[in-house]
Design a protein around this ligand. Structure first.
Ligand code: GLP
Length: 243
């Protein structure tokens, strides 16, 4: 005879009750509306300030609430829906009604080794570009992208990127190269102080890291890139189909 499985009833932490209460409030409000203050919630729910703070922080991290220094906590705007597609940041932004731009944070030639050499199919110690750009949509910082490309394949690339914000445009117009396929993965990480400062969020805030390894039609690798997006601002959508 087997013992009856006991249903697992997870004990709900106290802050989670506060969070659920806040979620109910959020459902009734418009983006931009203020939510009750820490002090009001502490009194209303007869709980500690630490508990309330934890619930608020989680909702901020999830992009449901937004904190404005000195003025309070408000219902956040809906997330930006970004498609998982073989298009450029510039094209993705345009499809969402934004004008894309880029700020070149770093551009250097490095000796390829390890993963970079393998991804770009370069001999160890051949030159690769390391290009770090802050991507903006309507002048709002959206992502930090660190790209690696072969120097031999794209001579003079940095000079062109100082003039044009779209890498894919430069690749097509100057080098006649179009990345047509890619493997893209997504994972989470906490924002470092640097990314947090660049993207206007808090150190430790949840981030989404997209890694894209793109190829030309004949399978030649084009770019190996890691893009850090704010986890509270984005929802990535992929369209799946059997056809
Ligand atoms: C996306 C991709 C990057 C690519 C970039 C090019 O953001 N994840 O891998 O480098 O597009 O965009 P743009 O042509 O706007 O520079």
């Amino acid at each position: 005879m087997t013992a009856a499985a006991s249903p697992i009833e997870p004990r709900e932490p106290k802050y989670y009750l506060v969070k659920r209460h806040l979620l109910e409030i959020i459902e009734t409000l418009e983006p931009g509306a203020p939510v009750p203050t820490e002090r009001e919630l502490t009194v209303e729910l007869a709980t500690s300030r630490t508990t309330v703070r934890q619930a608020l922080s989680e909702l901020v991290g999830e992009g449901r609430l937004i904190r404005r220094q000195g003025s309070g906590t408000f219902v956040a705007e809906p997330k930006i829906v970004w498609p998982f597609q073989m298009t450029s940041f510039t094209e993705q932004a345009a499809a969402n009604g934004f004008v894309a731009s880029a700020k070149l944070l770093a551009a250097e030639r490095i000796r390829a080794s390890g993963e970079i050499a393998t991804r770009l199919n370069l001999r160890s110690s051949a030159f690769a570009y390391r290009i770090e750009r802050l991507r903006l949509a309507d002048d709002i910082p959206m992502a930090v992208e660190t790209s690696h490309l072969s120097v031999a394949a794209f001579p003079g690339l940095i000079k062109h990127l100082r003039q044009t914000s779209s890498l894919y445009r430069v690749l097509a117009d100057v080098y006649d190269v179009v990345p047509v396929s890619a493997e893209e993965s997504i994972e989470t990480a906490a924002a470092s102080p640097r990314e947090a400062a660049l993207l206007g969020t808090d150190t430790g805030a949840p981030m989404l890291i997209l890694s894209r390894h793109s190829f030309e039609i004949d399978g030649t690798p084009v770019e190996w890139v890691r893009s850090w997006y704010r986890g509270d601002r984005y929802r990535f959508v992929a369209h799946l189909s059997t056809a």
